[in-house]
Design a protein around this ligand. Sequence first.
Ligand code: NAD
Length: 292
Amino acid sequence: MSQRLQNRTAIVTGASSGLGRAISVLYAREGANVVCADLSPNVGGTHTKDELSGNEGGDTPTHELIEQQVGKGRATFVKVDVCDESSIEAMVAAAVEKYGRLDIIVNNAGITGVTKENEEAFVNGAGFRLHETSTESFDLTIRINTRGLFLGCKHAIKQMLKQEPLEANSRGDRTRGWIVNTASMLGLVAFPGAPAYVTSKHGAVGLTKQIAIDYAKDRIHCNALCPGFVDTPMISKIIAGPMGHPLTAAHPWQTLGKPEDVARVALFLVSEDAQWVTGVPMVIDGGVAETE
Ligand code: NAD
């Protein structure tokens, strides 16, 4: 495998599952040291086979999987709750203490905002409109999906501005860092019955664009991932329910995304190939948004 991220240090939040797990493993395979940050190192849910990590649905924590596959010392787990600012500050400090600097942050931790009360409607594809959405679940969704991203960006940027920028690239730019925010296709379009999630992800896209212009002069890249439906534990109940087949059939590609489809794009966005790419909500959805 190429070593596009050699000598880079990356933090990935939500690294214990789905997209965060695939991104962490791919970054490590490309040479990065990876801080795998999540509420717990334990892999939850039913993981699908992940061709990048070779993970067959096993429950080896992501940082251990990286150490097994890439090398000792190349990954570490840091407990973080993205709702808690002091926890985010401690996560950035832990990355710098272990690896000396911070080049990349992927703010990826997220939730659907589905609660026990409305799960049935979610699984059946009906969703829940605004008047049926509890204020608590709206608040929590914004707190994790949007405010959590703000905090991750804020403390990563503080560190990136403090440290010596990298050597000049072929454009002559000395990059200070790369930020990748996991938004969603639902950060660009609405979706029936998902007001909290859609609001939170539109916020994620807006924040990404704002950071891109405010920190361009500092040579900090900031882009967003806007995946369509990807087969991860987050949507495993929908996939297994009555909506599973129609959802797949709605895709021009006739398949759902895989975590590694998103991880490959997340790699591009922090690579030298994306030297002049910033502020972009990158859609990775097998064309499904075009069918709406
Ligand atoms: P997932 O449920 O498999 O993984 C999410 C991870 O985030 C979990 O490991 C969880 O522990 C962690 N997390 C949740 N709350 C946290 C908190 N407060 N602090 C720290 N970590 C926390 O989901 P996924 O599908 O891998 O989703 C990853 C990101 O991708 C999310 O932001 C999600 O909204 C987004 N996304 C997913 C899809 C999809 O179809 N799966 C599509 C578009 C966008």
